[in-house]
Design a protein around this ligand. Structure first.
Ligand code: NAD
Length: 636
């Protein structure tokens, strides 16, 4: 993903937001990527400290990327926004509770969603350009992403003031309000980050005193006087009765904002303040509002006015500023079984082998909200997947480890490494095509270690892997199959439970033995038709609707320009390489040998593909390139 750069440098887990042209606004994918990285680094001894920074001088992060939320909300889909906020709040909580130091460098704007990732770590660094704010009431939300916790903890009535006015804090004010810890001149940040990467030791942070007290801090007497009221109406009344510059300016700021949002903010802070205040309580209360914000609040109107029509004239509910208590209760009452759940709802997935098939499969799982950690010896990557440096690292914490590897020998060696590191009850889900014996051997070692093994080779090729339309054929216990079934729904369109361990591989090699033989038969029939002077299009027309039809003819026609698009139309660039077909035919003959099954067609298909790949021009070409091979040959 180009919007965010996640890596381990020296002793530091490094997260850099890199959307400077969008003021580093957080997308949903960025949020999931950060969470996956934090999960992967929690128990990784190589990571001593997490350092979060951002590209560009104007902003650390100006907030959440709300355009998608608006589009789905306008279409009446409130579930997307609810999931986005719930997942974002879970990440905010993770940063807040992280067991290792998290150091953030907050230049320029740090607002809303930016506060959620920048202001909950252990060491929050501000500099001369820092401007921190919770501006949510301006778009019909309430201070969220855990911001209500900090507002409730801020001195005096500063929380009400910041939450209702969206006032921007300088470095000194942010430290005073509890949104930041240290002032360090920005010119020193680069070398400081290098030191943290080198040493992993936060003792190297040497804070300085901010050059001057912040302007907000100097107004605390007026803030406390005007914002001590129990309701929005009380606050309006005292401000309107005062003709000071402070009151005039504050009223001007507040008149831009949603009265319902401001009234709920004041109610939230009053409920939160006190000895039972926790991050979990703050996030729960915030989510009660945001989960209802599209349907019942001013959120969609706020976004319309701010970023869609940009007229900056929202039509708020309760525009006269009088918000009845019942409207506040309606937004903040408990959500019952829809309440925010801070524990992960997604699975922790390790993915080993991110090649042509594995990379898009892993990306689909990450996009569906699972936390995916990956490893590939070739150093490949996949969107939304946090790559780590060895196979055992993906295994330790995982609920499911998926393998997508070239062959059975590699699968066995990877299984030997990871099974001892996997937790009891976890599942090893192998989606590679391998020999039945390897699948059964891995299942046996896994079961001895208390790990469930599922062999689930796939059909559907790289198109199916990218589109999430694969077919899975599975060998597993009913329990193992049930545990990974939700993942099949993301990566594929169909999963068949074929039987016990090895049954999936058995189904796959039987299927591919038929495929190899029918492809050869289809190719030789086209070559014969050519010699008989039969037009290829007519031949296709007849066979594809007669008893000679097959997937090879109807869906993957080996003749260029005939039937649906296929690798034949792309000069036989592989969709499914001839050498992979050779491997699968070898597996079927190996199994037939072991089971004493008579498979002469399979044996002949193997011999022909062996000849094609090893002695002719089949290597690196699609398996349907058998047609040009037959075209040039006679019977001799
Ligand atoms: P690929 O070669 O593109 O990917 C395999 C990946 O495994 C590579 O990135 C490689 O670096 C990695 N790898 C190898 N050894 C490793 C190790 N010890 N640890 C970690 N990573 C390792 O192959 P592919 O096309 O993605 O196929 C993967 C499997 O899927 C094969 O078993 C293949 O038969 C099967 N399959 C492929 C297709 C297809 O159309 N490509 C279709 C169905 C099934």
């Amino acid at each position: 993903m180009t919007d965010i750069f996640i890596r381990i440098t020296g002793r530091a887990g490094r997260i850099t937001l890199q959307r400077p042209d969008a003021l580093n606004a957080m997308t949903y994918a960025m949020c999931l990527a950060i969470e996956a990285a934090l999960d992967a680094w929690r128990d990784d001894a190589a990571v001593a400290v997490v350092v979060i920074d951002a590209q560009g001088e104007r902003a650390f992060c100006s907030g959440g990327d709300i355009a998608d939320l608006y589009a789905t909300g306008r279409a009446g889909d409130f579930a997307f926004g609810q999931k986005f906020w719930a997942d974002e709040y879970r990440l905010n909580n993770k940063i807040f509770e992280y067991p290792k130091p998290v150091v953030s460098f907050l230049q320029g704007f740090t607002m809303g969603g930016g506060v959620g990732i920048g202001c909950h770590g252990s060491h929050r660094i501000v500099g001369d350009t820092s401007q921190i704010a919770m501006p949510e009431v301006g778009i019909g939300l309430v201070p969220d992403v855990g911001g209500s916790l900090m507002l409730a903890l801020a001195p005096g009535r500063l929380g009400e003031y910041l939450g209702c006015t969206a006032a921007r804090m300088t470095a000194a004010d942010a430290i005073f309000a509890g949104f930041a810890d240290h002032y360090i001149p920005e010119a020193a940040w680069g070398s400081l980050i290098q030191t943290l990467e080198l040493t992993g030791d936060v003792a190297h942070l040497t804070p300085q005193v901010p050059p001057a007290a912040g302007p907000i801090e100097t107004r605390m007497e007026e803030i406390n006087r005007h914002f001590h009221g129990a309701s929005l109406s009380d606050i309006w009344t005292t401000l309107e009765a005062d003709d000071s510059a402070f009151a005039t300016q504050t009223l001007k700021q507040m008149r831009r904002n949603s009265p319902l949002s401001m009234a709920c903010t004041i109610e939230m802070l009053s409920r939160l303040r006190g000895p039972t205040l926790t991050m979990a309580r703050a996030l729960d209360l915030e989510y009660r509002f945001t989960a209802r914000a599209m349907e019942h609040g001013d959120f969609l109107e706020g976004i319309r006015a701010a970023i869609i029509d940009k007229d900056r004239s929202p039509t708020w509910q309760f525009a006269d500023g009088v918000v009845p208590p019942v409207a506040i209760s309606k937004m903040l009452r408990p959500l019952g079984d829809k309440a925010l759940k801070l524990e992960d709802t997604g699975m922790k997935i390790g993915f080993i082998g991110l090649g042509n098939m594995g990379a898009p499969m892993a990306a689909n799982l990450a996009a569906a909200g699972h936390s995916v950690t990956g490893f590939d010896t070739a150093g490949t990557t996949a969107s939304g997947v946090t790559m780590v440096s060895d196979a055992a690292h993906v295994a330790g914490d995982a609920d499911v480890v998926i393998t997508m590897l070239p062959n059975g020998a590699i699968l066995r060696s990877v299984a030997d490494q990871i099974i001892p590191a996997m937790k009891a009850g976890a599942v090893l889900l192998d989606c590679s095509t391998v020999d039945v014996e390897s699948a059964r051997a891995v299942a046996q070692i896994a079961s001895q270690a208390g790990v469930m093994a599922v062999d689930a080779p796939v059909s559907g090729g790289i198109g199916g892997a990218a589109g999430g339309t694969l077919t899975f054929m599975c060998g597993a216990t009913p329990e193992g199959f049930a545990k990974v079934s939700p993942l099949f729904e993301i990566m594929g369109q169909k999963a068949v439970h074929c039987g016990d361990a090895g049954a999936g591989q058995a189904a796959k090699i039987c299927n591919n033995m038929i495929l190899g033989a029918t492809m050869i038969a289809t190719c030789e029939a086209f070559a014969l038709a050519d010699k008989l002077g039969l037009d290829r299009a007519r031949m296709f027309d007849v066979v594809s609707t007669s008893s000679g039809y097959s997937w090879s003819m109807n869906a993957y026609c080996p003749a260029p320009g005939i039937g649906p698009q296929s690798p034949a139309d792309n000069d036989y660039t592989p969709g499914f390489a001839a050498e992979l077909m050779l491997k699968d035919l070898g597996l079927s003959q190996q199994a037939a040998e072991a089971a004493d099954a008579d498979t002469p067609m399979g044996a002949l298909a193997l011999a022909l593909y062996k000849q094609f790949v090893e002695n002719e021009d089949g290597l690196g070409r699609d398996f349907s390139a058998m047609l040009p091979r037959f075209e040039g040959r006679g019977r001799g």
